[in-house]
Design a protein. Structure first.
Length: 457
């Protein structure tokens, strides 16, 4: 490949990395994603000038088709459906990496041992990421509602992984591998990805998606080496590294080692455990909620997945502004895994216009709850469950939570008595200082706003 092309790929990779770096701050995040996007377009254009490139018709068809589907789906996807969209796009990346390897195997033996080994690794990881992401998509989209766990699941995983390695080695040592070995290798790798992901459900799914994302990055990086394409190598490694870091951060925020996420999944059914909870849930009206908050000095609002589903962020901010006009100090507390994606709540609140200086992370705000007159929990559940602090037998024991139960009064907005994502009953709802405000978040916060306004008169 000519020096100019290499240099162009290098420049594109630098802009891509700078774009990602800019995404680390909410203020520069939008610019960052635009830079990274332009860098990817530039990388695609450079590919057209790569010597020996002839398939312009196919390339343009692929770019136009993929671009149109991505544009359309990006426009129509709801914020709450974002995790499954990430899952399926991620799967496409893994599938593409595996497909590149498949073509190279079909071409046969002129690659050398290093390139073939990397191609096999990329094909294995990419196939696992592809089928695993398809299963994750089906689960999150509600297409696959059952959580399948095979008898001796972990043994089956190990046998399949071993078989994939043996078949991969056969491809590496054979100059031109017979089609039957290549096909068997891909079938085993695809089945492995699906079988690994099928038992995982509930609260672990976003971690798995992030892990599969890291796999895809790695697979793309390996295939970049096989194709001699530095942009693919850099982009793949960046995605692999960031996916790995994100996976670790989420696992830490949930206090779930990654091996437990994969080998001993936590699902609603499997969650079990936990001490029996005593007490009853006590209800309050929207009028009472409005009065308690209107005459409070400090209110901390804790949003969760339910706020996202209800699309209540604008109403919540409207209510917060009314309270502030009345002299109440209002802050927003965000748990690192509130919602279904890291940053899910930050994005929604930013979209509603909540200033960044009103939004606090768990470590920043947890000490403030004992001084808060009201902690208003809106569609959050697992991330405020005090059993994570108190009950050693609970499956979520050790997960850092927002200490809302330490506020003088807790008001919980939810529609009914349903458990959280992990399927675990919430001890908070039964506490003496906690009251339930039943209703869908948007509608019930709307009612609270009406009452707060009436109290002003
Ligand atoms: P959650 O535990 O999923 O609970 C959401 C609550 O919202 C439910 O109790 C539900 O109760 C309520 N709800 C649903 N629709 C509503 C509506 N329209 N109006 C009002 N309330 C509504 O949510 P979370 O506290 O945000 O916890 C996030 C979960 O995802 C955790 O288990 C976490 O471990 C997991 N997770 C997240 C990430 C991430 O990156 N964010 C990563 C890994 C895992 P009702 O049905 O009774 O209304």
């Amino acid at each position: 490949m000519s020096g100019v092309i290499q240099l162009a790929y290098f420049a594109v990779a630098v802009v891509f990395i700078l774009g990602l770096k800019a995404m680390s701050s909410p203020v520069t995040a939008r610019k960052g994603i635009v830079w990274a996007g332009y860098a990817m377009i530039a990388a695609t254009l450079v590919t057209f000038y790569t010597p020996g490139m002839q398939n312009y018709g196919l390339m343009i068809t692929a770019i136009v088709t993929g671009g149109a589907v991505a544009w359309w789906s990006g426009k129509v996807v709801k914020m709450t459906d974002m995790p499954q969209m990430v899952a399926i796009y991620n799967g496409m990346g893994g599938g593409a990496a595996a497909a590149i390897a498949a073509l190279e195997f079909a071409r046969g033996g002129t690659h050398g041992v290093t390139a073939t080994t990397l191609a096999v690794l990329g094909a294995l990881i990419g196939s696992v990421a592809f089928s695993g992401s398809c299963v994750a998509f089906a689960k999150l989209q509600g297409i696959m509602t059952k959580t399948w766990r095979l008898p001796q699941q972990n043994l089956v995983n190990i046998v399949l992984a071993g078989l994939a390695v043996v078949l991969g080695l056969a491809i590496i040592v054979t100059e031109t591998p017979p089609a039957v070995i290549v096909i068997a290798f891909f079938v085993v790798a695809l089945v492995l990805g699906a079988i690994l992901t099928m038992p995982i459900g509930g609260a672990d799914m976003p971690v798995v998606i992030s892990l599969l994302n890291a796999f895809t990055g790695l697979a793309v990086g390996f295939e970049g080496y096989v194709l001699g394409n530095p942009a693919l190598i850099v982009a793949g490694i960046v995605v692999g590294a960031s996916g790995t870091l994100l996976t670790q951060l989420m696992a830490k925020a949930m206090n779930r080692p990654i091996r437990n996420v994969i080998f001993t999944p936590l699902s609603g059914a499997a969650a079990g455990g936990g001490e029996a909870i005593e007490g009853t849930m006590k209800e309050l009206s929207a009028l009472d909620a409005a009065s308690v908050m209107r005459y409070a000095s400090k209110v901390i609002i804790v949003p969760g997945y339910g706020m996202a589903v209800a699309g209540a962020q604008h109403k919540v901010w409207e209510m917060a502004q009314l309270l502030e006009e009345g002299g109440v100090d209002v802050a927003f507390a965000i748990h690192p895994v509130a919602g279904r994606m890291p940053g899910h709540m930050n994005v929604l609140l930013a979209e509603a216009g909540v200033p960044y200086d009103k939004i606090f992370d768990l470590e920043e705000i947890n000490a403030d709850f004992p001084q808060a007159d009201v902690a208003l929990v809106i569609g959050a559940n697992d991330v405020v469950n005090p059993v994570a602090r108190t009950d050693k037998t609970s499956p979520i024991y050790g997960m850092p939570i927002l200490n809302v139960d330490m506020a003088h009064n807790v008001i919980v907005v939810k529609r009914g008595q349903g458990a959280g994502y992990s399927g675990i009953e919430n001890a908070l709802f039964y506490k003496d200082n906690c009251r339930m405000l039943y209703g869908s978040a948007q509608q019930i916060i709307g009612e609270v706003i009406t009452h707060v306004k009436a109290l002003e008169v």
